[in-house]
Write a new protein. Structure first.
Length: 269
């Protein structure tokens, strides 16, 4: 049994557990991506179909994470014709502009009175990890595997903001994504898992925590390029991404989830 922490419903935890085990088998494979949920393939190729089928069958979900926008419709139609139900995410990313924007955010805004920020790393108390999971889940965001949030499996980190009663107000996270030898995406980090409890929204918590997570990922692990996937229409997420210096790219993330393995059929918002 893999020794890790997974959060969410039984089906969510079991999906994350399968994803973690598959990653343990595929960690050295330059074709795959993983940031603590399920193992995906970076891009479709002549040979990728059978591998995607197996990743999907074993995990109950998988992804093509780096599909050029001009190919996305056709790749999606082919997947749908093969029976997959696809969620489409717009890729937002950026480099220097993002680091500059994040520095500007932490220099400009302070956390509201009574709110404290706590890093999730190898030494963080379990309680903080659990609080981070609480706020993510109550906002419809699936927490990454604990070992990724703690940076124990691969470069990664989380951050949680607690209120004066010790309840979670907001969270953010970042992780390495592609295999470092992938010539296109190997030096890019995934960033996101932004979630703010309804009663704390509009206080710039996502903006501040997101910027802190991004800068720490840059300083601790040297990442200069950051990406995330946003479902078109998630205006709050788009607003936070834009203010953090990310911009929409001609790149689409196509995710297939088995509704039987994960009721609701969606990994995250
Ligand atoms: C997205 C989310 C994390 C934003 O949290 P938040 O702490 O309220 O955001 P902030 O207060 O830091 O807002 C940052 C900026 O985004 C803007 N913004 C926030 N919510 C917005 C909305 N619904 N519509 C438009 N703009 C919005 C804010 O106005 C602010 O811009 P400003 O500096 O010009 O005022 C929160 O709405 C949430 O938890 N949503 C559900 C989960 C989700 O979708 N997460 C993203 C998954 S990738």
């Amino acid at each position: 049994m893999v020794n890790d922490r997974f959060f969410g419903t039984e089906s969510q935890q079991s999906l994350l557990r399968r994803g973690r085990s598959i990653y343990d088998l595929f960690a050295g494979d330059v074709r795959v991506s993983y940031h603590g949920r399920t193992v995906g393939l970076l891009r479709p190729s002549a040979e990728s179909g059978p591998l995607l089928d197996r990743l999907f069958a074993l995990q109950g979900a998988s992804t093509y994470a780096d599909v050029p926008a001009e190919d996305a419709d056709i790749v999606q139609s082919e997947l749908e014709a093969r029976g997959y139900s696809i969620t489409r995410y717009q890729c937002w990313s950026g480099g220097d502009t993002v680091i500059k924007a994040a520095r500007n955010i932490v220099a400009t805004y302070a956390l509201p009175k009574g709110i404290t920020a706590h890093w999730i790393d190898a030494d963080a108390p379990d309680l903080h990890l659990e609080r981070l999971a609480d706020v993510a889940l109550c906002c419809g965001v699936l927490p990454l595997a604990g070992s990724v949030l703690r940076g124990q499996l691969k470069p990664g980190l989380g951050i949680v903001a607690l209120d004066e009663h010790g309840q979670a107000a907001s969270c953010a996270a970042a992780s390495s994504f592609a295999h470092p030898d992938d010539t296109i995406r190997g030096s890019e980090a995934w960033w996101g898992m932004l979630a703010t409890h309804k009663q704390h929204r509009g206080k710039k918590l996502a903006l501040i925590l997101g910027a802190m997570a991004l800068l720490k990922m840059h300083e601790r692990f040297g990442f200069q390029q950051f990406m995330t996937g946003v479902q078109p229409g998630n205006t709050a997420s788009e607003a936070v991404c834009a203010k953090t210096g990310l911009s929409p790219q001609p790149r689409i993330i196509l995710t297939a989830v088995d509704a039987e393995a994960l009721p609701g059929g969606k990994l995250t918002s």
